[in-house]
Design a protein around this ligand. Structure first.
Ligand SMILES: NC(=O)c1ccc[n+]([C@@H]2O[C@H](COP(=O)([O-])OP(=O)(O)OC[C@H]3O[C@@H](n4cnc5c(N)ncnc54)[C@H](O)[C@@H]3O)[C@@H](O)[C@H]2O)c1
Length: 351
């Protein structure tokens, strides 16, 4: 049995990663440290609460004492850091939290990891990062692992800073670290402020579907389970100090994606009560400040080194994702009206 400390495991990708480790592998013990911010939802892993291979710890990656205690108690073989403020729009209106968690928090976690290794423990640290650190592409070209960092939003800059720290800890202290830079993920349990779940939930309620600018910004979409499988593989098989780009070869303009979601919902549910297609809910709104035009990943290196390729094409992944949100409307409603937070705030504040 190998022990993995996951940080930020109650969010979208972290909770899918933990579920994969528990459901598809028998040899991982998982400790999940999460601060339960607005984006961390204990409902995401409620069914694992009584699983003997899963333990939840409530706390902040910026709390050095807590991390030291957790490392001492749990003796992990791996640390996987998902914990972050992750929404670009929030980073534009309030960047401070992004500096605090994404940079200072990751630094604190790295310092605890360094002390843990210095005490003779063998452990590897995987930093889960984003392709947004590379900046924006024009109509041509792809991000490779050699592309210079050129982050454009406070979110991307904070993730880039954390990546640099992780890289430096490998180079300077010879620690066993890894970095992955992934394209946009989609799938179950994504917080409905992000494009796909936002559009699905608004379309279900017959509300406007706000699309930034002319909707022509291009993103490279990856089904979250494919990302999680890549992370497990990198953790287990990559050489120390490596960086891998992870992407889905699924580029699409935002407006095309929203139209695809509308067509699929119309086909399943029929038109809106007033007879209109959901596409008529699309409303173009003022563009995001500094909006990156295009992201696209060259994932050749991870294919060549580790034989990883995405298994889910966009059409199939989108159908599975829409199915999930339709089947889990209570989850969606609780997240949207905030009631899940009230319950857990009360629960945690009592501790
Ligand atoms: N969503 C994507 O498309 C995408 C793509 C590439 C990379 N990433 C990266 O993957 C990681 C996970 O993304 P996500 O979409 O699941 O994010 P998310 O916002 O859904 O989840 C973040 C989680 O981190 C927790 N958290 C926040 N601050 C914390 C702190 N100080 N201490 C402990 N826990 C804290 C939150 O409670 C939440 O559970 C992030 O680092 C993000 O940069 C995301």
């Amino acid at each position: 049995m190998q022990t993995i400390l996951v940080t930020g495991g109650l969010g979208f990708i972290g909770s899918n990663f933990i579920r994969l480790l528990i459901d598809d592998f028998s040899d991982y013990q998982v400790i999940n440290l999460d601060a339960v911010t607005y984006a961390g939802n204990p409902e995401n892993l409620k069914d694992l609460e009584n699983d003997s291979r899963y333990t939840f710890a409530h706390g902040d990656i910026g709390d050095r004492k807590l991390i030291d205690e957790l490392l001492e108690k749990e003796r992990p073989d791996f640390i996987v850091n998902f914990a972050a403020e992750s929404h670009v729009d929030r980073s534009i209106t309030g960047p401070a939290a992004f500096i605090e968690t994404n940079i200072v928090g990751t630094f604190t976690e790295l310092e605890a990891f360094r002390a843990y290794c210095a005490a003779g423990n063998k452990c590897r640290f995987l930093q889960v990062s984003t392709d947004e650190v590379y900046g924006s592409l024009g109509a041509e070209g792809y991000f490779t692992e050699e592309t210079p960092y050129s982050p454009n939003s406070p979110y991307a800059a904070s993730k880039a800073s954390a990546d640099h720290l992780v890289r430096a800890y490998h180079h300077t202290y010879k620690l066993d670290t890894l970095i992955t830079n992934c394209s946009n993920n989609y799938g179950p349990y994504q917080f409905p402020e992000k494009l796909i779940p936002l559009m699905i939930s608004n379309a279900l309620e017959g509300r406007d579907l706000p699309v930034y600018g002319d909707g022509k910004n291009v993103r490279d979409w990856l089904y979250v389970e494919d990302h999680c499988r890549a992370l497990e593989l990198v953790l287990r098989a990559a050489n120390s100090g490596e960086t891998y780009n992870i992407g889905g070869h699924n580029e699409m303009e935002n407006i095309e994606l929203v139209r695809l979601l509308c067509r699929s919902l119309d086909r399943r549910l029929g038109p809106l009560p007033d007879g209109r297609s959901r596409q008529e809910l699309i409303t173009f709104v003022g563009d995001r400040q500094g909006h990156d035009q295009r992201y696209a990943i060259d994932a050749e290196k991870i294919k060549k080194d580790l034989d990883w390729e995405p298994q889910t094409d966009l059409a199939k992944g989108m159908e599975m994702t829409i199915d999930w949100y339709l089947d889990n409307q209570e989850w969606l409603n609780q997240v949207r009206d905030g009631s899940y937070r009230k319950y857990y705030q009360e629960m945690y504040n009592k501790r």
